[in-house]
Each structure stands twice: as C-alpha cells, then as structure tokens.
Design a protein around this ligand. Structure first.
Ligand code: DGY
Length: 391
C-alpha cells in the first residue's frame, strides 16, 4: 500500500486510511502538530493492513465505514499510544464502541453535514423508483425509443400520498419534511422516541395549507412497524444498524406492504434482508425499491441487478463535495481536539466547525459520556442522525 505523508515534522502521528476531499482537514491536523500519513489506495484495508499502518507509535487514526474497527485494532492503537479514533462517517456500526471504550479511546463521527444531503438522495431514489427512471434510461440508451406512447413507462404519482419513515433522527426528519413540504405527503413515522420538532413542523405546514383553503398534511408516530408498513405508499429507512434492526425488513414485513409500494434505503444495507427483497420484487413487479446501501456491500445479492423494478446506486447518499469536505473537517477536528486535550462540543449544531475559526472542541465523540469526557455545552433536541427503533 502506498502512503503519503503530510507535515512530516508534526510531533503526533495520525494515520488516515483513505484520501479525503478538500484541504481544510489537513490544515486542522497540521495546526494540532500532527504528522499525517494517508493511504492512497482505493481498496478497503484489511485489519492486518491497518494494524501494520498503526505500527508501534500512532497517536490517532481516521478510518472508514468499510473497516471493522474492533478489539484487534483498538488494542493495537492503544499499544501504540493512540488516544483517539474518528470514523469518516456519521454511522458507526463498523466500530465496536464497547472495545474502544474499554481501551479508553474516544470515537468520533461526523454528524450534521450529511443530513440534508442524504435526505436529498432518498428523495432522488424515491422518484427514480416511482417514475421508473433507471428502466426508462436503459430503454432509451438501448435505442428502443421509437416514439411517444400513451402507455410508455407508467409510474406512481406520489402527490398527497403517505410516506412511512423508519427512524426519525435528523436524516429521517429532513426527508419527511422535504416530502411533506414539496409533495404534500402525509407522514407516518416509527421510532423509539417521539420527534416533537417533526410533528410540530408538519402541523404548522398543515395549518398553513388550510389557511389557503387546501387540505392539510398530517404527521403521526405509529405504535408498531406493521401499522406503518401497511399504510404507507412509500417507506424510507433511516435507522441505525444494530442487532435489533438487522433484517428488520424481511419477507414477512415486505408482505405487509402494499403491492405497489416503494421501499427506499439510504441507511445501512443489512437492515433489509436483501435476498427476501429480490424474491419479493420478482413476485410483485409493481413493487419498487430504491437502494443506496447493500447487505454485503460492495457485493449485491444474486438477482438484484436483473430487477427492472429496483433502482440502485453505490452508497453515494452523502456524496456531495460540501458534505464530504465537511465530514473530513469534522473527523480531523475530532482527532486534533482530543490530542490537544480539548473538551467535547456536545451540541447538535456543528456549523461553527465549518467556519474559519475552529472552536476549541471535538465536534462529536460518541462515547464521550461513557469515558467521562468534559463537554462544552449540553445537548438540545434530537442529536441522533439515524433514528433508534428499540431500547
Ligand atoms: C455515513 O456517514 O454513515 C454514510 O453512510 C456515508 O455515506
């Protein structure tokens, strides 16, 4: 593996397992007196490769969602004098938090810069699936378009229909609001915790519509998942992946959905039993799915690629320049701040980190409380990017 070193004279050694976009993140690490070693390969690194990169001295690391940061790597990092790890992602299902906490290593993530970007991709997949964009484009590119027809690629109209949100954290809430504000869709959501901000904003929108003589939109938290699945025209998944949500959408739950429903997933692949989805889509050609994430990523379950009623993109929901550069800034700020001994930000709004003057704090450390790290300010409102469904 080829590695590139930046600021070779820095006294703290930080490894970064992929090239990250933008330049601000490197300035942050340079200002924190870090020598930064960046892996230039696009291939996912194995634990052995990462362990050898950690070597005998490493103060901190920035890793990817494609790497299993568990017991082995945290033990290696600790033994090398490591004091911090940041995931270059908001999700951290690839990180064994208990192991990191046992080794007293703070684990950072990058919330707040992916919210609308990821929600926008969920909207894009929703309409691509509803209006058969993938199929129609393949048809056109194959030279099969011989002229306008009254029956060519009839899709689904979503205007004023019902959206079901599984996991109403910040991303699920942003998507729900886009669908209600843009397409006047009613919202059902399923989450362990109520989301009063979401409910209030949809209620305000409903009142506004009524004041103009239009029908209102509504928002309701469902008691059970079954209730949401059976009533929604489109179900969008925005939950964390953990043991309780693995294969949450399985054959039984798919069969509770409307035969012509849409299923959108921009969270994590294993929340859906992908083989069951392939079988369901084969059996129900009017059912449609829009997927950004896959169970065995980057591999797809057999048959998925052949389905015309599925739209698939390669885990790019957060892929805008602004977001990916913002993620790099947050990951670097997490590492730099902990190495300097700064407290944890502890607030939902991380925008101050995107300005010129960086706050003296680590923007987001997920095991901060367990490690008893000092906080700058208390949290307010929902801080979880992906919703939690079970205790
Ligand atoms: C994340 O940050 O968890 C996203 O999946 C990256 O796209």
């Amino acid at each position: 593996m080829e590695w590139k070193t930046v600021n070779a004279s820095g006294r703290k050694r930080v490894i970064v397992t992929k090239t990250l976009p933008g330049g601000r993140w490197l300035e942050i690490l340079r200002d924190a007196d870090c020598r930064v070693e960046i892996c230039r390969s696009d291939a996912a690194l194995s634990p052995d490769e990462i362990r050898s990169a950690i070597g005998s001295r490493c103060d901190g690391a920035i890793g990817q969602l494609t790497e299993p940061w568990g017991e082995t790597l945290f033990a290696a990092l600790k033994a090398a004098g490591g004091r911090v790890f940041s995931n270059y992602a908001v999700g951290f299902n690839n990180v064994d938090l208990a192991a990191a906490t046992r080794y007293r290593i703070p684990v950072g993530n990058t919330p707040g810069v992916l919210t609308e970007t990821t929600a926008e991709m969920a909207v894009a997949l929703t309409f691509a699936a509803a209006r058969r964009v993938g199929e129609a484009e393949r048809f056109l590119r194959a030279g099969k378009f011989t002229g306008w027809l009254p029956t060519l690629f009839l899709g689904q109209r979503l205007w004023r229909k019902t959206i079901g949100i599984i996991g109403a954290g910040r991303i699920g809430e942003a998507y729900a609001r886009m669908m209600a504000e843009g397409f006047k869709m009613n919202i059902l959501y399923y989450d362990l915790r109520p989301n009063p901000d979401l409910e209030a904003s949809i209620q305000d929108l409903g009142r506004f519509l009524e004041s103009r003589g239009e029908a209102p939109v509504t928002c309701r938290r469902t008691e059970g998942l079954e209730d949401l699945l059976s009533q929604s025209d489109c179900v969008s998944i925005h939950t964390v992946l953990d043991a309780s949500t693995h294969h949450l959408i399985n054959a039984a739950r798919l069969s509770m959905m409307k035969e012509n429903a849409l299923l959108i997933n921009t969270s994590r692949g294993p929340v859906i039993d992908e083989a069951a989805l392939v079988a369901h889509c084969r059996k129900h050609p009017d059912f449609r799915a829009g997927l950004d994430v896959f169970e065995d990523e980057p591999a797809l379950k057999p048959g998925l690629c052949d389905l015309e009623n599925v739209v698939i993109v390669p885990h790019i929901a957060s892929a805008t320049g602004w977001t990916r550069e913002g993620m790099a800034v947050l990951a670097a700020a997490n590492v730099g701040a902990i190495l300097r001994g700064d407290p944890v930000w502890g607030q939902t709004d991380i925008t101050p980190f995107l300005g010129k003057a960086l706050p003296h704090a680590a923007p987001s450390i997920v095991n901060a409380r367990d490690l008893g790290l000092p906080m700058v300010q208390g949290q307010r409102g929902r801080s979880d990017s992906m919703g939690t469904l079970y205790p």
